[in-house]
Design a protein around this ligand. Structure first.
Ligand SMILES: Nc1nc2c(ncn2[C@@H]2O[C@H](COP(=O)(O)OP(=O)(O)O)[C@@H](O)[C@H]2O)c(=O)[nH]1
Ligand SMILES: [Mg+2]
Length: 698
């Protein structure tokens, strides 16, 4: 592997909707450039970047993965990202590590949800973007339609820089609008070779129309060029390309290319344009970091020799390799074996076996320059989103803003006794994929896992088995119900025992009454005349609190009530704190039943964003979940619905919303309050709880 200086590097994230052809394209680019030795295929499970068993089985990308193509003396690092929303975190990581985005749009599918999301994220980051209409050989491929789709749904600033010759089965060439030459592909070509010819006569009109549009659009972004163009002067290919690159950097122009990765058609032209139009890290503004331990901002010098700084954008733990850490060098020159420092974790790491990666293959290299992307294995305590720097100049760089979890499920191990292993393994999986979270919730007696969707959590369960040998399954999470009272009542609790020597005696009278929702618990000491000595009253309170952890309806904690202790009696010898606590417990149990107990259920405040055309169905579904719609309002191209929905009814909501809105809808839910559950719900919950108790006894 030759050495590539910062100017000779391009970092390109390949993004777009699932199944738009990204992985196939990355494979073809690396192969056509000669950097990868075999043309792999997603269908056969041999593609460069879908190499994990998870991906080979499922035939779609889950992990951010890296490849590179060496072209025109430049190394293009290609970051292949997953398109499905469940794995959005890795797509964001890919954009974070890149300097430009190649947005892949299927020639038949056009702009989809994933395309929109990636477009918006790349725009938010102000990255130069290029479009590629993929699978031009597919039946019903339609370049013009894809172009119009992008123009209408993403940006009017998209502009074709090449047009296809033929479409679908007849696709066999492209016309380059800059060079005004036509590439005709040789049938059966393995590496995208073509014969260069003049624009065929039957394409002359289309060519004229598109090249005029191209030159006008470029001229519009540059006053000097515009003047010359209007003056009838010819604008050279190099000038046009340079203006195009500058326009891309300012977010004013987004070139559109096309091809068919599986046939390798169009790949050579695309490689050249990635080199010519995407920025080198050297041309970009310096990265702003922060000195570790202070708020002092630091501007990172990209030139050598600067203190080393790198950002870890991905870690993968593989059974036979251990942890592999992918990072982008933000500053400094990095040589193999360098000692670095992970300041926030206070750990020194040695970067041994410094490598570049081509899919699953890693090639050791002696040295890499700033802007490049590298990997190392077996670091001690470095995880996704960490910064590596030096002990002498410790800094942290901005982190990838990761998407929040949307779904929560319970996870249960198949084999008793594996609970500890489950939690250590889930912790490892969280470090690898920080969009996945888990916690043991004592009240529910369940480990709860959270992620971006069911598919995401299923992949996690698969990894748990494959990487850590823990066999588990996803189950429905329990709901943290509560109980309360709707009426008042009073009664006695008397604990009296005479067993041989000293006996036990405690006796209290209490009154229970409901309090407004959210007030919690209140204890009132109404004892007069010392009928219960002061020192025993806290014990009565304790007894009531303990007993209230199991309500009368279904055994859930009772909340929002007042307990008044107003009478009782004691015994000089036999009374004790223990005995009065027992009396409190007995009093609560007997009085609680008379206070019209009810079940409370947690209610979530939910905000749903949906396309207008699905509004009716989304609202209907929310009502079916006993949701109470609070209102709707327009929000950009979508409509926002606000509603209160019982948590118990939110089970698998993300999956349902995804299916109603074809992935366009998103939502956000947070706990709002506890509300009285309808009687039929309470009955069902009580019956389920009774059944559970019954099973526990067995
Ligand atoms: N006809 C045709 N099919 C393609 C082409 N590129 C990819 N595909 C198919 O489209 C599907 C999705 O491709 P993949 O590369 O996994 O897309 P990704 O999800 O965007 O990475 C796979 O079945 C590929 O075989 C192409 O150039 N022509
Ligand atoms: Mg893919």
């Amino acid at each position: 592997m030759r050495e590539y200086t910062t100017e000779k590097i391009r970092n390109v994230a390949v993004v777009g909707h699932g199944a738009s052809g990204k992985t196939s394209l990355v494979d073809a680019l690396a192969f056509v450039a000669g950097s990868s030795k075999r043309h792999g295929s997603v269908k056969d499970g041999t593609s460069l970047t879908d190499y994990t068993p998870d991906e080979i089985d499922r035939k779609y990308s889950i992990n951010l993965a890296l490849a590179y193509a060496e072209w025109m003396d430049v190394k293009i690092n290609l970051l292949d990202t997953p398109g499905y929303l469940d794995f959005l975190g890795d797509a964001y990581a890919g954009l974070h590590a890149a300097d430009g985005a190649l947005i892949v749009v299927g020639s038949t599918a056009g702009v989809e949800v994933g395309t929109e999301l990636m477009w918006e994220e790349a725009a938010r980051r102000g990255m130069p973007r290029m479009f590629f209409v993929s699978m031009m050989d597919k039946e019903h491929a339609n370049f013009e339609k894809a172009y119009v789709d992008i123009r209408e749904h993403l940006t009017p600033r998209v502009i074709p820089i090449e047009i296809p010759v033929g479409e679908g089965q007849d696709f066999h060439g492209i016309i380059n609008l800059f060079s005004k030459r036509c590439h005709l592909y040789r049938k059966g070509t393995k590496t995208g070779e073509y014969d260069e010819v003049d624009v065929p006569p039957e394409y002359r009109d289309r060519f004229d129309k598109y090249s005029q549009e191209l030159i006008e659009r470029i001229a519009e972004t540059d006053d000097k060029l515009l003047e010359r163009y209007l003056g009838g002067e010819e604008i050279s290919r190099d000038e046009a390309l340079e203006a195009m690159k500058a326009g891309m950097a300012r977010g004013e122009l987004f070139p559109l290319l096309c091809g068919a990765a599986e046939l390798t058609y169009g790949t050579r032209a695309l490689l050249s344009k990635l080199v010519e139009l995407m920025p080198s890290p050297a041309s970009l503004p310096a990265v702003q970091a922060q000195r570790w331990g202070s708020a002092e901002p630091v501007t990172l010098e990209r030139r050598d020799p600067a203190p080393f700084v790198a950002h870890v954008f991905k870690t993968v733990s593989e059974p036979h390799v251990g942890d592999v850490t992918f990072f982008r060098i933000q500053a400094g020159l990095l040589t193999n074996g360098t000692d670095v420092f992970n300041a926030p974790r206070d750990v020194s790491e040695k970067l041994n076996h410094l490598s570049i990666t081509q899919g699953k293959d890693r090639t050791e290299v002696p040295l890499l320059h700033a802007g490049d992307i590298a990997s190392v294995a077996k670091l001690k305590d470095t995880h996704t989103n960490d910064t590596l720097s030096t002990k002498a100049a410790p800094v942290v760089v901005p982190k990838i803003a990761l998407p929040e979890p949307l779904i929560a499920l319970a996870v249960e191990v198949h084999q008793h006794g594996e609970e500890d292993k489950l939690s250590t393994s889930l912790q490892r999986l969280h470090e690898e994929d920080p969009t996945f979270h888990f916690e043991y919730v004592g009240e529910l007696g369940q480990s709860i896992v959270r992620g971006r969707g069911e598919r995401h959590l299923e992949v996690i369960i698969g990894r748990l088995k494959r990487k850590f040998g823990v066999s588990a399954e996803l189950t429905r999470p329990r709901v943290a119900y509560r109980e309360t009272f709707k009426g008042k009542a009073e009664g006695q609790g008397k604990h009296k025992k005479q067993t041989g020597g000293r006996g036990q005696y405690g006796d209290c009278w209490i009154r229970l009454a409901p309090l407004p929702r959210g007030s919690g618990y209140e204890f009132v000491d109404d004892i007069t005349g010392g009928v219960i000595p002061n020192k025993y009253i806290p014990a009565v309170d304790k007894g009531i609190q303990e007993a209230s952890q199991r309500g009368a309806i279904a055994g859930y904690p009772v909340v929002d009530f007042r307990a008044e202790c107003f009478d009782g009696s004691y015994h000089d010898v036999d009374s004790s704190e223990m005995a009065f606590k027992m009396a409190g417990i007995l009093a609560f149990r007997s009085v609680a039943e008379k206070c019209k107990p009810v079940l409370l259920e947690p209610i979530m405040e939910v905000e749903v964003l949906t396309p207008d055309e699905n509004l009716g169905e989304v609202m209907g579904d929310l009502s079916g979940r006993r949701g109470q719609i609070l209102g709707t309002e327009p929000d950009g191209r979508l409509t926002k619905i606000r509603a209160f929905v019982p948590e118990a009814e939110m089970y698998k909501y993300s999956t349902q919303l995804h299916s109603i809105t074809h992935g366009r809808g998103t939502f956000h839910a947070k706990f709002s309050s506890y509300q009285e559950a309808p009687p039929d719900v309470a009955q069902k919950v009580a019956a389920e709880r009774a059944k559970e108790e019954e099973e526990k006894k067995k």
